[in-house]
Design a protein around this ligand. Structure first.
Ligand code: GLV
Ligand code: GLV
Length: 293
């Protein structure tokens, strides 16, 4: 009998679905996203494997609903703050994730967001559309940004993405790099008011990791008071961010809707890797290429 798997959304690159269909009995959720909790709890029951995303919170409740059949959880993401790993370990459930294949895309997005924030690209584009450009024509002190050349760049957590960003910044004449290592303890630390207070008023803060890494109220304070100059965020709390959230009202805050790995080839590679992880965990003759625990 083929292993039974649940995929919690149907807009996954086809290669992953095809791979899974060849060897498994596949149940794909077809409704609007994310999969409603009651449906997830009902349909995970009796499954051997679960193919999920960072929008699915997989905790004890889901694992209980799945029952003893569940052997593998495979997330199509490198981040795993949506997974209760301790619960999975205690039930001998294998967990797969998708590191490495999205590092380049995330590093590129980080650089794009850094440049867009420091040179105020979204504000400048708005001036073009709202008539501001027509009124000022061109101005010697109009739309002034901050350059990377001669600057100091700090990287919090020199992991896969941090190293890839560092490598890409080599061409920008950065004067000095500061970084922290990537031990779990440090990464769990909150980037709080003290951290912002220690920065220069000219600082540009970029976050492409997880919103939860930052004390967001402290960040809003830092942006409102001019304690730091600007922020560019691809991740925040909550996601999706309500359109009337305070962050959306700050002119010195550039916001993106969590698109770090949203690149064509990258998402295909992530989907394929997540499928291979699921198959590797379920089938005797295969290995999990990226097992988290
Ligand atoms: C994206 O945020 C991921 O974790 O893959
Ligand atoms: C800018 O376009 C300049 O000519 O200085």
């Amino acid at each position: 009998e083929k292993p039974k798997v649940l995929i919690t959304r149907n807009d996954v690159p086809q290669i992953a679905i095809r791979k899974l269909r060849e060897l498994c009995d596949v149940d794909i959720y077809e409704g609007s996203y994310p999969m409603p909790r009651d449906q997830l709890l009902a349909r995970v029951a009796g499954k051997d494997g679960l193919f999920c995303f960072l929008t699915d919170r997989i905790n004890a409740e889901v694992l209980d609903a799945a029952g003893r059949s569940l052997r593998v959880v495979s997330t199509m993401s490198v981040g795993y703050d949506h997974l209760s790993l301790e619960e999975m370990k205690s039930r001998d459930i294998k967990v797969g994730y998708t590191p490495d294949v999205l590092t380049d895309a995330t590093a590129e997005l980080t650089l794009a967001l850094l440049l867009a924030t420091s040179r105020r690209l979204l504000q400048a584009n708005a001036e073009l559309n709202n008539g501001g450009w027509g009124r000022c024509v061109w101005g010697p002190v109009w739309m002034l940004g901050k350059g990377l050349s001669g600057s100091t760049v700090g990287i919090f957590g020199l992991g896969r993405t941090g190293q890839a960003v560092l490598k890409r910044l080599a061409g920008f004449n950065v004067a000095k790099f500061l970084y922290t290592s990537t031990t779990k303890k440090e990464l769990r630390a909150k980037f709080n008011k003290d951290a912002f207070a220690a920065m220069k008023n000219s600082a540009v803060f970029i976050n492409t990791s997880r919103g939860g890494l930052v004390d967001q109220e402290a960040l809003v304070w830092a942006l409102q008071t001019g304690q730091i100059w600007a922020a560019g965020l691809d991740v925040m709390t909550p996601e999706p961010l309500p359109t009337d959230h305070i962050l959306t009202t700050l002119p010195n805050c550039t916001l993106l809707p969590h698109i770090g790995s949203s690149e064509e080839g990258t998402r295909v590679a992530m989907a394929e890797l997540a499928a291979d992880n699921l198959l590797g965990g379920l089938l005797e003759d295969k290995e999990m290429p990226q097992r988290l625990c």
